[in-house]
Design a protein around this ligand. Structure first.
Ligand code: CP3
Length: 360
């Protein structure tokens, strides 16, 4: 059947709103929407060309460039959503914690937060300084209008607190967990302050045209269920609910979260991001079918031969079984040496997949 004929046979209701936002809300869609974590990044020549002239933070702070990077990646891949080009750590600066990205080392916070006094001194009244992200979103929204979903994002309180306390990435989160267990009052104050700043930051993004907000709790899998419940859940839940009150769905994402999925769903997030360590149908059952899910191809599968990639892509789509509320994605971000043509091939596979014929 020609695509035009197919569209003509789909009831209007299915085409009302773009398919990415519809899937977040578990409404029926004409096909599974697809986008990729870190879809704009070093694996793409166009991005590397921009990076020759600007640092990562410079790109984030110049709305014209951030919008261009966002739009170029989404168009080159033919995906259903564009995630604004920014970084998780940007809110640290207006809170009074400067950081930089060192080549090969990732983010470095020069004066990590380790004391109650330092936490008390963190500012929560300067989130407006993040307006450059909102201006970039406005430009992306003006470009795509309703054609693509536009995703704004922020870090979750736990994951951002871990960067502030560790001073960068971490293996064992010793300083973070020490603060959590030994000075619980200060820990709670830190998360409260983060929620205040992140609410404001998300509001700027929603007012600028973000259709959906993704909250990255990338390192929450370092917590056992009891610690998640006692030290991280409440703050995440408050942020999720508050963003939903702004009128947009929320995607709540983490990795190595197999044991946390039901608790993460209890925040009330519309969509739960899944990694690849457990099959999608098992994870979705753990999340509960009252929530949408996003995932869950291993990003390193993008280095496999096309036949292997196709097998895994189809397994994921079959596990979703046509249930409304699946957004195809990776289980974590695209890594820098990934072949772009394999990412494009996955988009084609998702677009062309038919449950009836492929399942038989
Ligand atoms: O997905 C996208 O296309 C949007 C862009 C985006 C970036 N960072 C740009 C970026 C997003 C969504 C992020 C979020 C982010 N930043 C997360 C959460 C996502 C996840 O992976 O779980 C985290 C943990 C960060 C912090 C951060 N920023 C790290 C750990 C690094 C890696 C450092 C390195 O050198 O690999 C970054 C840098 C970063 N942020 C890059 C990009 C494209 C690559 C560095 C560069 O261009 O120099």
């Amino acid at each position: 059947m020609e695509p035009q004929n197919l569209i003509a046979t789909v009831p209007d209701a299915i085409l009302d709103g773009n398919r990415f936002v519809r899937a977040c809300l578990r409404r029926p869609v004409d096909r599974t929407p697809v986008w990729f974590l870190r879809q704009a990044g070093r694996y793409m020549q166009e991005y590397r060309d921009v990076r020759k002239h600007h640092t990562l933070v410079e790109i984030c702070k110049q709305p014209d460039i951030a919008a261009e990077v966002t739009i170029t990646a989404a168009e080159k891949l033919g995906v259903d959503a564009a995630i604004i080009f920014a970084d998780l750590l940007l809110p640290l600066e207006p809170m009074g914690l400067p950081f930089e990205f060192l080549a090969g080392e990732g983010p470095v916070v020069h004066h990590p937060v380790r004391t109650a006094e330092h936490i008390r001194a963190l500012r929560t009244d300067r989130a407006d300084e993040l307006g450059y992200v909102a201006r970039a979103i406005q430009k992306v929204a003006a470009h795509f209008r309703d054609r693509l979903g536009i995703i704004g994002f922020c870090g979750a309180p736990f994951t951002l607190a871990s960067y502030m306390i560790e001073g960068g990435g971490s293996r064992n989160y010793i300083h973070t967990k020490q603060m959590m267990y030994r000075d619980t009052l200060s820990w709670r104050l830190l998360l409260d302050k983060l929620v205040t700043v992140l609410e404001h930051y998300c509001r700027l993004q929603v007012l600028a045209g973000a259709d959906v907000i993704q909250i990255f709790d990338s390192w929450v899998g370092s917590l056992g269920l009891e610690d998640y419940r006692d030290y991280a859940f409440e703050a995440s839940k408050r942020l999720v609910r508050s963003v939903q009150q702004m009128g947009v769905p929320v995607i709540y994402f983490g990795v190595e979260t197999s044991g946390l999925l039901a608790a993460m769903a209890a925040t009330g997030a519309d969509v739960i991001g899944l990694d690849w360590r457990q099959p999608l149908d098992e994870s979705w059952r753990a999340v509960g079918h009252g929530h949408a899910v996003q995932g869950n191809l291993d990003p390193i599968t993008l280095f496999a031969p096309l036949e292997v990639i196709e097998l895994r892509v189809k397994e994921i789509l079959r596990a979703a079984n046509g249930r409304p509320g699946h957004i195809f994605n990776l289980g974590h971000g695209i890594v820098p040496t990934t072949p772009v043509e394999n990412v494009q091939a996955v988009v084609k596979m998702v677009r062309e997949f038919k449950l009836e014929t492929d399942n038989g």
